[in-house]
Design a protein around this ligand. Sequence first.
Ligand code: ZN
Length: 426
Amino acid sequence: MCIRDRNVVVQTKKDRDKASKFPEEFIHEAAKVMSHGNEDWKKARRASDFSLFQNSLEKIVDIKRREADYIGFKDNPYDALLNEVEEGMTVTQLKPIFERLRIATIKLLEKVKNSTIKPTDNIIHAGFDTKKQIEFSESIIKKLGFDFNFGRIDLTTHPFCTSFGMTDVRLTTRVYENDLRSCLFGLIHESGHGMYEQGFDKRYARTSVASGTSMGIHESQSLFWENMVSRSSEFWEWAFPILQNKFPEKLNDINSNEFYKAINVIAPSDIRVESDELTYNLHIILRFEIEEGLINNTIQVKDIPEIWNSKTKEYLGFVPENDAKGCLQDIHWSFGGIGYFPSYTLGKLYAAMWFDKLKSEIPNIKDQFSKGEFTETLDWLRKNIHQYGRSKSPSQLCIDICGKPLNEENFIAHIERKIDKVYYNS
Ligand code: ZN
């Protein structure tokens, strides 16, 4: 049996073992609880009243605790849920990383506030023809390497990437006239997921190995292209003149550096999905702390609004206006997605680690961005990450590529360099 066959057998067996761990009644009960949960969450969010969701969420937490018991764990039941999306990850490993990241982030946010340079993102909202936005975004992801022979783009209200096998990868996006970022960075993000899906070793096609190895690694692919590549100043040296050409009447008075600053403004928001590259992680850490407390019974569901608000105050510096803009903003818990949030931040941390490694191996890589050349970057990702699919675990990938386990240092150094550039002109 060759190594690829063995990988397929190992993954298929893992999937089968996992599926057989839950009794049938439990699966039915869980499905019922989740569907009520989602309905109640929608009502609660509309009314901005957490108490309308409390009862359902208590049931959901109970289901998730039992799910963790069925799956099994060594130290912490939350590990079982975390492992559903990030194989091998534990609270013991994650907690200190998130703690250091939280402290560093709050310090960097101070640095941003203390700057006398205050770039704005006004230009982003100047009003841009939506058809032209889509054309521009499409031309960019084509250039990055998304293969339109095996994929396509559609419009939706909640962007995502879905794959019907390696040869049919579909991206969706939304487009707003008054926000240039939404369509462009949304599509770049989804194309990062899409290029991962298009890049598995073809000999794994239609097997259980032809899939992302974890949510964190999948997210590292989308965030790599979104934050490391296309929010860099070098990228805009190349792309801005093209964008300017598309919208001369809006953009002729600014230069690529001003545009670079506008898309990298740091401004804490109470809404996770509207957050900037730095403060986004604080939203995730807050959710992780609450989830871990819920599963371990150290936090009660009824106390969530109060804990949420006080943590937001401590981490971001303000209290959300209401529950809809606070603890009810995300859909995840309403369908049992407890243990999922950390993968967003893991994606950012991995992406920064990959990028530092890529720069050390190909020192002129950023010069390539400024010429609109991305082939070597995609080849590097294909060679080091994509081809393996699920045959390498996230931790194995990390060790094989970087020679060390997941850490927060590369991301912190990356975001501090960006802050220096955007807020201190250095
Ligand atoms: Zn994503």
